[in-house]
Unconditional design. Structure first.
Length: 101
């Protein structure tokens, strides 16, 4: 989430003259590395736990904000996320509209 927030600040929230492209690129690299780690290493099976809830909500925010996509080339993560998003709790708390972050 910290990397996602940093990307958002350096691409959207800061005034254009204060944006730091190299930082946004570096933070995007962290997001991509984390997606790859989850794809290869994370335990995604079994009943949801606090880690899975945190992962799903972080990915939901990243997707809502249109940051570095995580589904392409990561079938395991994509399949898990799509299934998790079908849970009633996720459907009841979707992201929408303009927000201040």
């Amino acid at each position: 989430m910290e990397a996602g927030i940093a990307v958002r600040w350096d691409t959207e929230r800061r005034p254009p003259e204060l944006r730091w492209t190299r930082n946004a690129e570096a933070q995007t690299g962290k997001l991509v590395a984390s997606y790859d780690f989850v794809e290869q290493e994370a335990e995604l099976d079994g009943p949801p736990d606090i880690g899975q809830i945190a992962l799903a909500t972080a990915l939901s925010w990243i997707e809502f904000r249109g940051l570095a996509p995580f589904k392409n080339g990561r079938p395991r993560l994509s399949r898990w996320y799509d299934g998790f998003c079908r849970r009633p709790s996720m459907r009841a708390t979707g992201d929408a509209g303009e927000t201040q972050d």
